[in-house]
Design a protein around this ligand. Sequence first.
Ligand code: PAF
Length: 279
Amino acid sequence: MEIFTTKKNLTEYLEQLRKAGKKIGFVPTLGALHQGHLSLLAQSQQYCDVSICSIFVNPTQFNDPKDLEKYPRPIASDIEKLEQAGCDILFNPEVNEMYAANEQWHLDIGELEHLLEGKFRPGHYQGVTQVVFKLFDIVKPDMAFFGQKDYQQFLVIQKMVELLHLPVKLVMCPILREPDGLAMSSRNIHLSVEERRHALVLSKTLNWLKQHFNKSNIASLTNASEVMINAEPGVQLEYFEVVDGDSLHSADQQTKSIVALVAVKVGNTRLIDNIILVD
Ligand code: PAF
C-alpha cells in the first residue's frame, strides 16, 4: 500500500493513475477501522480499479472538544488492517496539511443540517461537508463509499454533491453488525461490558419495529420503541424518529421510503443506529 501524508504527492500519484484510465474508488474515514470500514473498502475494490482510503480525524466536525480528544487513533493497526485488506493507497494527512489557520466554510444544505443529528451536534455537518469537499477535491474519485450507519451524513454529502455539481458517484453501504446486533462503530471501544449489553437495546428495538412495521400506526410504534429504549438502564434517549428516507421529515401513510433513526447516550458514549423500514 502506498501511504501519502501530503496533498501534493498524493495528487501527483493519482494523476498518473487517472491518465492510465484507472477508475478511482474512495473510502474516507476517521480511522479506528473496523469490519464496517473494510466492507466499504471491499465495495470500492469491487467497482473500481484503484481504492484509496483516507484516515483523518477532522477537528471541524467535532462539536465537543472532549470527543475529539478521546477519539481513538490506532494508526499502526489501521495500516495493518488496510494492508491485509489489499487497499492500494492511504491518505493520512496532519491537520495543518488540510487546514490553513482560521479557515471559514459555510455551505447551505438547508434543513438537513438542523434536523435529528444536527439538533444534537450543531455545526457537525458543516465540518463534514468542509472536509469531504476538500478530500473529494484532492482525490477526485469516480466513486465514494459511505456507511448507512451515518444515514443523515450520506444525505448531507449527497446534497453537497448535487449543489456543487461534483463529478462523483456516491454509494451507501449496509450497516455491519456484531454477532449480537450492535452496529459496528469506532466508538464501541469506549463501552464497558455492562454498557455494551445495554446498548443492544438499539438493534433490538429497531428489529422489533421492522417486524411490526405498518404504515397505518407509525405514531404508536414510534412511541412503543421509545418506551423500550427508555426502559433500558443506563441508556439516555436523544431521539427516535420514523422519517421519510429522503427529507427526514416525519413519515406518514403516504411516505414512500421510510427509515427509523435513533441516537442515545450510553454512559459517556454517544451511539447512533438506524434501519430501513420501507425502501
Ligand atoms: O463518517 C466519517 O467517518 C466522517 O464523518 C468522514 C465522512 C470521514 C468525514 O470526516
